[in-house]
Design a protein around this ligand. Structure first.
Ligand code: COA
Length: 386
């Protein structure tokens, strides 16, 4: 008689399971943070259209909204900003960790390591009640970490943060030693708002999976950074600019795109799992990328943008996503290309933290199933029998 346990309630699995490759179309939880509606190309954060937030609010107000569900009044914003600004410094050891990283490592690996190190400095690591404060610390310190890495990679000295500047202004100050004109700062601030949150995308879902094991906010954020790095997700904003530089000239853009499509290449900055008729964030970011072109007095990248978009849409009906205008916008602001995705991290830490707190406050461990397609059950032969 077999000693194999058989559950008396066992019901045989259907022949073919309903596999949702890439979780395509799977609804895995509820959220109050944001909603993407592809039919109307819309995205709301806590009910507010993202375009309205980008035009009328600073990134700090949007961070407050994502964490507190309402936009702040003047007093609330002043308190929020005072706290954020008081947290901007990083420890000498944290700075040293960034300085000692290999000069050639990608800045996404730097920020992943810097955040991970910072997690070791916080003794409240298992205390869920401290999550709002930890989220604020990351919002304040990640720009300092990214800017430090920016300076060290160029062989330059670290520029400490200033407490009299907004997050956007202070980041320019820490990277370049000066704050540019208001138009450039506004375009950068808009990009942070547009990048802040986007429902259950790959990196946010990664943070929720990690949080669901009752792990801590820093571990979840490190996981989010790892997921965001990939070129199919946040890394696309860097690849867009590499692609535009490869194209080189607007006059070559149509032929370049036709050739890429004929070779069945994935063209970076186009397509989206949820949006199929265009990305809600693109018109706003394109408008500010155009402003950057006007500020620097060079229309080359925006001319190329239009031709690449027109060719892709007419050939494949695939539309640009946010990374398409963000890439050239950051380039025209003067940032090195491999810092585009770390800038995305600076913004998305707000959305990640909102999701981490939502998951932690109403948790069930995330543990999906898979359909086994390997060798059917068999039995072990001893080494001499094999
Ligand atoms: N370039 C060329 N073809 C693309 C494409 C792109 N950027 N995006 C999608 N397609 C094609 C797919 O290859 C697929 O073709 P097939 O049916 O012949 O296999 C078809 O369009 C449908 O793809 P879809 O199911 O919509 O893609 P997905 O949901 O699996 O993937 C992305 C979504 C975002 C990963 C994908 O569009 C992509 O890789 N884009 C480039 C990277 C990028 O910009 N990422 C940032 C996203 S915000």
């Amino acid at each position: 008689m077999s000693d194999k346990f058989v559950n008396p309630d066992y019901v045989a699995e259907p022949e073919k399971m309903n596999v949702k490759k890439g979780l395509d179309g799977a609804v895995v939880d509820q959220t109050t943070i944001s909603k993407v509606t592809p039919e109307t190309n819309s995205l709301i954060y806590k009910g507010y259209p993202v375009q309205e937030l980008a035009e009328n609010c600073r990134f700090e107000e949007v961070a407050y909204l994502l964490w507190n569900s309402e936009l702040p009044n003047k007093t609330q914003l002043a308190e929020f900003e005072a706290k954020e600004r008081s947290y901007r410094d990083i420890s000498k050891n944290n700075l040293e960790v960034i300085r000692l990283l290999p000069k050639k490592c990608h800045p996404m690996d730097s920020i992943r390591t810097a955040v991970s190190y910072f997690g070791t400095e916080d003794t409240r690591i298992w205390d869920k009640a401290s999550n709002p404060d930890k989220a604020m610390m990351l919002l304040a310190k990640i720009p300092t970490m990214v800017a430090a890495d920016y300076r060290f990679k160029k062989g330059l000295d670290f520029i400490p943060p200033r407490k009299d500047l907004t997050i956007a202004e202070n980041f320019f100050h820490m990277c370049f030693g000066k704050v540019p004109n208001a138009e450039i700062v506004k375009a950068f601030d808009v990009s942070l708002t547009l990048y802040a949150e986007h429902s259950f995308n790959a990196s946010t879902f990664a943070t929720r999976v990690i949080t669901s094991t009752e792990s801590d906010l820093y571990s979840a954020t490190v996981g989010g950074i790892g997921a965001l790095k990939g070129p199919l997700h946040g890394g696309a904003n860097e690849q867009v600019m590499h692609m535009m530089i490869e194209v080189g000239d607007p006059a070559k853009a149509e032929a370049w795109m036709l050739d890429a499509l004929a070779k069945k290449k994935k063209v970076m900055g186009f397509g989206h799992r949820v949006y199929k008729y265009g990305d809600s964030r693109v018109p706003t970011m394109k408008k500010y990328a155009q402003k950057m072109a006007d500020v620097i007095g060079d229309q080359k990248w925006m001319k190329m943008y239009d031709i690449l978009e027109k060719t892709m849409v007419s050939q494949k009906k695939i539309h640009p996503n946010l990374d398409f205008p963000a890439g050239p916008a950051y380039y025209m602001m003067g940032f090195e290309i491999d810092f585009f995705t770390p800038i995305f991290v600076m913004a998305r830490t707000t959305g990640w933290s909102a999701h981490i707190m939502e998951q932690a406050n109403n948790n069930r461990i995330i543990r999906p199933l898979s359909e086994y397609t390997g060798t059917p059950e068999r039995h072990v032969k001893t080494i001499s029998e094999r």
